[in-house]
Write a protein that binds this ligand. Structure first.
Ligand code: G4P
Length: 197
C-alpha cells in the first residue's frame, strides 16, 4: 500500500536492525485518515471471503481493525491481555510470548462472541515472529469458527512470522512488507524481489 509505505518512510524511525518505531501514527498517536485507508484496503482484499467477525489484540490492533470492521460491516473483537473483572465465563484463551518485549501474556476472549458459523478475519499492527497471530488463530479454533485470513499492517518479512502462518495454509495479506531495517533504513519488498522468491 503506497500511502502506508510513504508514511513509514516519512515518519517511521528505525531503532535497530529489528525494530521500527511508528508511534506517531500507529502505536501511540493514531492517524485516523491513514487508518481509514487501511480499513478500506483490508475490506477490499477480503471482500470475497464472507467475513462475519474481525478479531484483533489490544492495543495497537484495535484502530486498523475497527476501520476494517466499519467497511466490512462486521463486529470487531479484541483479545484482552489482562484479566478483567467482567471477563469471567466461557473464555477462549491462549498464552502469547513476545520475543520483542520478552514477556508472556495470557489472552482471553469471551466465548459468546464467536461461534462455529463465524468466518474470522484476524488483524494486527505488526507481524514479527507470528506469536500473537498464532495465538489468535488458536482462540478462533477453540470456538470452532474458521479463520478466513490474516490482515497485517506492517510485516517484517525478515522475521519468521509470515512464513509460519503461510505454512499452516493461512492467507496472509500485509499492507507493507519490510525486507530489511539494516543501516538505519527501511527497505520494502518490491515486486521484483517477490518474483525471485
Ligand atoms: P509476534 O507477535 O509477531 O511474535 O511479535 P513480537 O512478539 O515480536 O511482538 C510483540 C509486540 O511488539 C507486539 O505489540 C508487536 O506489535 C510489537 N512489535 C514487534 N515488532 C515491532 C516493531 O518493529 N516495531 C514496533 N513498534 N512494534 C513491534 P504489543 O505488545 O501487542 O503492543 P501493543 O499492541 O499494545 O502496542
Amino acid at each position: 500500500m503506497k500511502l502506508l509505505e510513504e508514511k513509514i518512510k516519512k515518519d517511521g524511525r528505525v531503532i535497530n536492525d529489528n525494530v521500527l518505531k511508528v508511534d506517531s501514527f500507529l502505536n501511540h498517536q493514531i492517524d485516523p485518515q491513514l487508518m481509514n485507508e487501511i480499513g478500506k484496503e483490508f475490506a477490499s482484499s477480503f471482500a470475497a471471503e464472507g467475513i462475519t467477525k474481525i478479531v484483533t489484540i489490544e492495543s495497537s490492533g484495535i484502530a486498523p481493525a475497527v476501520m476494517a470492521g466499519l467497511y466490512m460491516n462486521v463486529p470487531v473483537i479484541f483479545a484482552r491481555k489482562r484479566k478483567s473483572i467482567t471477563l469471567t465465563d466461557d473464555l477462549l484463551t491462549a498464552s502469547v510470548h513476545s520475543f520483542t518485549k520478552n514477556e508472556t501474556n495470557e489472552l482471553a476472549i469471551a466465548g459468546k462472541y464467536l461461534n462455529e458459523n463465524d468466518k474470522v478475519l484476524i488483524i494486527d499492527d505488526f507481524l514479527a515472529n507470528g506469536e500473537a497471530a498464532l495465538a489468535l488463530v488458536k482462540m478462533v479454533k477453540q470456538a470452532n469458527a474458521s479463520v478466513a485470513g490474516i490482515g497485517i499492517v506492517i510485516e517484517k518479512s525478515f522475521q519468521p512470522g509470515a512464513h509460519k502462518l503461510k505454512e499452516q495454509g493461512l492467507r496472509v495479506e500485509s499492507l507493507a512488507r519490510i525486507a530489511s531495517l539494516s543501516n538505519g533504513e527501511v527497505t520494502f519488498i518490491t515486486e521484483k524481489m517477490e518474483e525471485l522468491v
